[in-house]
Ligand binder design. Structure first.
Ligand SMILES: *Cc1c(COP(=O)(O)O)cnc(C)c1O
Length: 390
């Protein structure tokens, strides 16, 4: 059985903003990603307004486009950096190393040394082995310890890959201090596109008790890094960002009182998700048998072209076709010769019945985790190209 969903897209479809995107994309080959930097700016400023006490470290991996990084740098953002390649890019764009953290807990010792050499002094960690590497390659650096979260309620959960159990975090803090590092704070990530705001309360509960435990053991932690997880606008509804900010602020005050420690957030999706529209072409529309109830619709972009977050139909992008009118139930798939390259099969998407092969479709909210995920030349398809809307 397919779930039903009607897109509330009428207003957007007739908006000036959308008409501009369509006009701008007219002479561009598909698939392509159109990025609107004024939306990035608005999303950044909205978050800063609602969480004025938090330092924002933009998670570069969500969308590392030079113009987006440069804009966020100008707006005063800091950056959560995951690899030496991202570090090199940011240095090339003039981002100061004291506005970066090495937020990946999975790192080679020589890459830690590279970050340290370039001036980065803030590092994430979640294991003894990694603390040992940090002590050798980044002496006296500030480290924050990532605790494990469940990822419940998130559309794109981060599983058990990152973080460690609070019990182990205690021993890690002592170990880091004994090796001359500065135990600086604690971090967590509640899972990406987190729709249950209560997950921040659960995580902050663990953080609060670890803060007290550390103080009892002579370690004065100074910082809480609340990670990402803030939402973009996909088809499944979420609360507005001010609800997230309001609830999270009251959780923080419950656990820490009025004297908050330094607070960091690392938004990726919520800053850049809404700024992108992918323009695609309908390559084929076909049935598998005469009585097939569904039409198979094939786009010129699929899982390998940048839509990997449709795995398990986790992220449901709003999709708009050029025509309107009565619609058909469809199964949506990508253009490659891999059978897993299906976008939506269980979840019901619709397409106006008059749609013809060769017409365009528009996949909304594709500014985050698309271009940076697109494959290089699988089946010869080039990586997804992006244009900044001018
Ligand atoms: C990917 C990532 C983020 C961004 O998460 P979103 O849910 O996209 O906001 C933040 N922090 C870390 C450590 C990450 O790996």
């Amino acid at each position: 059985m397919k779930e039903e969903y009607q897109f509330p897209l009428e207003d957007y479809m007739s908006s000036e903003r959308f008409k501009r995107i369509k006009r701008f994309a007219e002479d561009k080959p598909t698939p392509c990603l159109i990025l609107e930097t004024d939306i990035v700016k608005a999303k950044f400023e909205e978050l800063r307004m609602h969480l004025p006490f938090a330092k924002i470290f933009y998670a570069v991996k969500a969308n590392p486009h030079d113009e987006i990084v440069t804009l966020l740098h100008r707006l005063g953002s800091n950056f959560d950096v995951a690899t030496r390649y991202e570090l090199d890019q940011l240095l090339r764009l003039g981002v100061e190393p004291d506005r970066m953290s090495f937020g990946n807990t999975i790192k080679k010792e020589r890459d830690i040394a590279y970050f340290y050499d370039k001036g980065v002094r803030l590092f994430a960690t979640d294991s003894f082995e990694d603390v040992d590497k940090l002590a050798r390659a980044a002496p006296k650096a500030k480290v924050f310890f990532r605790i494990l979260t469940e990822g419940l309620g998130a559309d794109w959960p981060l599983s058990k890959k990152f973080g460690c159990h609070p019990e182990m975090t205690r021993n890690l803090m002592l170990h880091a201090r004994d090796l001359g590092l500065e135990p600086y704070g604690l971090s967590f990530h509640v899972g990406s596109q987190q729709r249950d705001i209560g997950q921040w309360s659960t995580a902050l509960g663990s953080v609060g008790s670890l803060f007290s435990w550390a103080e009892d053991h002579g370690i004065k932690l100074k910082m809480v890094n609340m990670g990402g997880g803030f939402p973009a606008n996909y088809t499944d509804p979420t609360n507005p960002i001010e609800h997230y900010a309001g609830d999270i602020t009251s959780y923080l005050k419950n656990f820490f009182g009025e004297q908050l420690p330094e607070i960091i957030i690392e938004p990726g999706r919520s800053i850049t998700g809404d700024c992108g529209v992918i323009v695609t072409e309908v390559v084929n529309i076909a049935k598998k048998s005469a009585h097939d109830l569904y039409h198979w619709v094939f786009f010129d972009i699929g899982k390998f072209g940048g839509l990997i977050e449709t795995l398990d139909e986790a992220i449901k992008y709003p999709i708009y076709f050029e025509r309107s009118g009565p619609s058909l139930d469809i199964i949506l798939a990508g253009p490659t010769c891999d059978s897993m390259d299906i976008l939506y099969e269980k979840h019901s998407y619709e397409m106006p019945a008059g749609t013809k092969i060769g017409e365009r479709a528009f996949i909304l909210t594709t500014g985050a985790y698309t271009q940076s995920y697109s494959s290089i030349y699988f089946n010869g398809f080039p990586p997804l190209s992006a244009y900044i809307l001018k």
